[in-house]
Design a protein around this ligand. Structure first.
Ligand code: KG4
Ligand code: ZN
Length: 337
């Protein structure tokens, strides 16, 4: 079955055509609006919605032509109907539903975070239920107990900023542009440890599985303000701040993810979402690979993309009844999928 995935929950316009039965990607395309939003230091929802409208059709037309396919070959459409930004979600919902009506094929609404999570199953048959998922993105920081293909229990979450948001805000105050995660990671790699900064790891020793990242970000803010009283930040200083910020944030994620596995007696840990693209996070968790089985999507499928929506949509067609709706849900708990 050829299923078209459409992702428009934030600032990436993602499409993919996936053949579920053959487990084959026919095409995928991504248009990132990051450069446009970089001017404003973060995503502007209205601009994101407008740009999705401009990009979706040309992106699809171009890929269909390139692959010499006709629209009639698409057998189902999956689209993100939440959580995310309302305007951008509505663009994807309108597009997907119009196409499904015109082609007379099923349309499948997909939970964005469920799609991130499920994407870890894309290249492996080994992952079996139950497992623990560390789901880390720009809007969410969740530890989820996954008992079956549609049974999710959130057992840990952030009390304030999402970890990706903390990367983005810290990058903004270091003037590293948007999105901040990849740039913080790059600058941390350049650090030669000339300055020994020390930032807090909030809630790292708390008994629960929750997180807090706003204090860490504020601590970087105070340090930067302090340094700026004396002189402008040099590249070395920025690299060292990025290094210590990344260490602190990732220490918290690693500790709580391992704790969750221990409490729930789970041997499998799935790492997903945009922040899962971070190599340092992957490497830190890899160290425990003897004790736990670790799964994560390839790097380009950690951040938002159309394939994860097509792949999740295909799982839904296989596993569930077709009781579909076109409503978008900007706020939507994984526990209610
Ligand atoms: O999943 P995603 O693409 O969009 C949301 O659903 O939010 O995640 C985007 C987030 C951004 O906050 C971005 O800075 C972060 O993921 N991110 C990273 C890296 N790549 C993306 N954070 C740390 N290191 C990275 N390499
Ligand atoms: Zn995402």
């Amino acid at each position: 079955m050829k299923i078209l995935g459409i992702e428009t929950s934030c600032d990436e316009t993602g499409i993919a055509l996936y053949d579920g039965k053959a487990n084959q990607v026919i095409f995928e395309a991504l248009y990132s609006q990051a450069e446009e939003h970089d001017l404003y230091g973060g995503v502007v929802p209205e601009l994101a919605a407008r740009d999705h409208i401009n990009r979706l059709l040309p992106l699809l037309k171009n890929k269909m032509e390139e692959s010499s396919l006709s629209l009639k070959e698409i057998e189902a459409i999956a689209f993100t109907n939440g959580p995310g930004l309302r305007g951008p979600l509505m663009v994807g919902a309108g597009f997907a539903n119009s196409l499904s009506f015109a082609l007379d094929i099923p349309v499948i609404p997909v939970h964005h975070m469920e799609a991130h999570l499920i994407m870890a199953k894309f290249d492996t048959d080994d992952l079996t239920y139950p497992f623990i998922s560390l789901l880390v993105s720009g809007g969410h920081t969740l530890i989820v107990k996954v008992s079956s293909s549609d049974k999710y229990k959130v057992i840990g979450q952030t009390k304030d900023d999402a970890v990706g948001e903390a990367f983005d805000k810290t990058a903004k105050l270091l003037k590293l542009g948007y999105p901040g995660g990849p740039e913080i990671e790059r600058r941390a790699l350049l650090s030669e440890g000339k300055h020994h900064f020390s930032f807090p790891r909030p809630m790292i020793d708390s008994k629960d599985l929750n997180f807090s990242f706003s204090g860490l970000k504020t601590s970087v803010l105070y340090k930067v303000k302090d340094l700026l009283k004396k002189e402008d930040l040099t590249d070395d200083t920025v690299n060292d701040i990025a290094f210590e910020f990344q260490n602190a944030a990732i220490d918290c994620l690693v500790k709580k993810a391992l704790k969750a596995c221990k409490i729930e007696r789970s041997q499998s840990l799935v790492l997903s979402g945009g922040v899962a693209a971070n190599k340092y996070l992957r490497n830190q968790l890899e160290k425990y690979k003897g004790a736990i089985n670790l799964y994560y999507p390839d790097q380009k499928h950690c951040t938002d993309n159309g394939l994860m929506i097509a792949f999740a949509g295909f799982q839904k067609i296989k596993d569930r009844s077709n009781d579909f709706t076109i409503e978008v849900k900007p706020r939507w708990s994984l526990e209610n999928v």
